[in-house]
Design a protein around this ligand. Structure first.
Ligand SMILES: Cc1ncc(COP(=O)(O)O)c(C=O)c1O
Length: 362
């Protein structure tokens, strides 16, 4: 049988009409080309055709403090996840994935023919991971445990102690743990953390997309122990063979100026975090957890349906949110904070008005 292909959520994300004060985006707004440090010399069209662009691999290795032979370059975190899961999962295998989850992670597993088991991250616990729930979901057939840190859709952070426990659970089943860290740099630590430092059981994926507003460069990567990294490079041979060299050079230049890019993102997310928490405090009709870090938040509507809320928002067409149904939680919706603060405030104001309308009429 032909395996299923595609992602319902990404299809929606690609086709839905962007609104003026859009709260659907999960990452930072695109940076302008002029905001990137210029690459040294002129952009060359052709690279070596070998395994990745050395200068970029070294920049990633330096920033995340891992040896360069643990870095695999990929086209965005999407392809990083696809390569990592393809290298580890086949039709007879089982994968354990968090719930709620970024839907494409499930779609990749389905496409590979793996059987999927879920463990819950509960709203009432602030979507924290309970390792006992992970252990309950794992069986002798589990080859991979998949989580996101920070969590998409809630933005919840998982600390090293919890990660180590997940690593131990994976090891005792002969499995690995894939940690999608595409939002993790939104902690803005001087030395960005990665689960890749916690042991070879971990595979970390990330990209310059979300925190740095550089989706267009398609600069993604996997950090994995060298033998597994080699297997993933072999997958690259048949997936895309070589990278887009102009984008690779721009990405290497972006790493040279990454602190300034991060500072711009931090200023925007700090302002919007405060605005969002102030907004939440005025809303008895939402169940929410204090937003701490990252570019997404996932409140629950206490009354009425998210479908209706979106219909009310659509009436003036200026604001939209992501339905929680894409994450398997239809009473929730996702708010994106990666928006200019004035537009974010305008979006929240419209969301508040739509919620008031829903309160009056449900
Ligand atoms: C958890 C997660 N991983 C990966 C991606 C895709 O990242 P990229 O644009 O770098 O492919 C997204 C995008 O929304 C995401 O939320």
């Amino acid at each position: 049988m032909t395996p299923p292909v595609g992602s319902r959520y990404l299809r929606w994300a690609k086709l839905h009409r962007p609104s003026r004060y859009d709260l659907t985006s999960s990452g930072m707004p695109h940076l302008a080309l002029a905001d990137l440090p210029a690459p040294p010399g002129t952009l060359a069209l052709g690279g070596t055709g070998a395994y990745g662009y050395g200068a970029l691999g070294n920049a990633i290795a330096r920033r995340y403090r891992v040896p360069a032979d643990r870095v695999v370059q990929a086209l965005g975190c999407s392809m990083a996840n696809f390569l990592a899961m393809s290298a580890l999962l086949g039709p007879a295998d089982e994968v354990v994935i968090e719930h709620p989850a970024y839907e494409p992670l499930l779609s990749v597993a389905r496409h590979l023919g793996a059987s999927i088991r879920r463990f819950p991250r509960r709203a009432e616990d602030g979507f924290a991971i309970d390792p006992a729930e992970v252990a309950r979901a794992v069986t002798a057939r589990t080859r991979l445990i998949v989580i996101t840190n920070l969590h998409n859709p809630s933005g919840a952070f998982t600390d090293d102690e919890t990660l180590r426990e997940i690593g131990r659970i994976a090891e005792s089943a002969g499995a690995r743990a894939l940690v999608d860290e595409v939002y993790l740099d939104a902690l803005f630590e001087a030395e960005p953390r990665t689960s890749a430092h916690l042991g070879d059981v971990f595979i970390a994926t990330s990209s310059l997309t979300k925190v740095y507003g550089l989706a267009g460069l398609r600069c993604g990567w996997i950090l994995a122990e060298p033998r597994l990294a080699c297997r993933m490079w072999r997958m690259v041979e048949i997936a895309n063979n070589i990278g887009a060299h102009p984008a690779e050079q721009l990405a290497a230049a972006a790493f040279a100026g990454i602190d300034a890019i991060a500072a711009r993102s931090k200023a925007m997310l700090d302002a919007n975090r405060d605005a969002l928490n102030a907004f939440y405090r005025t809303r008895g009709d939402l169940e929410w957890t204090e937003h701490r870090a990252g570019s997404v938040s996932f409140p629950r509507l206490r009354r009425g349906s998210v479908r209706r809320l979106r219909r009310v928002l659509a009436a003036d067409g200026a604001t939209d949110i992501v339905p929680g149904a894409f994450f398997g939680m239809p009473d929730h919706f996702r708010i994106g904070l990666g928006v200019d603060p004035a537009a974010f405030a305008a979006g929240l104001e419209r969301l508040g008005r739509a919620l008031d309308h829903l309160d009056r009429t449900s």
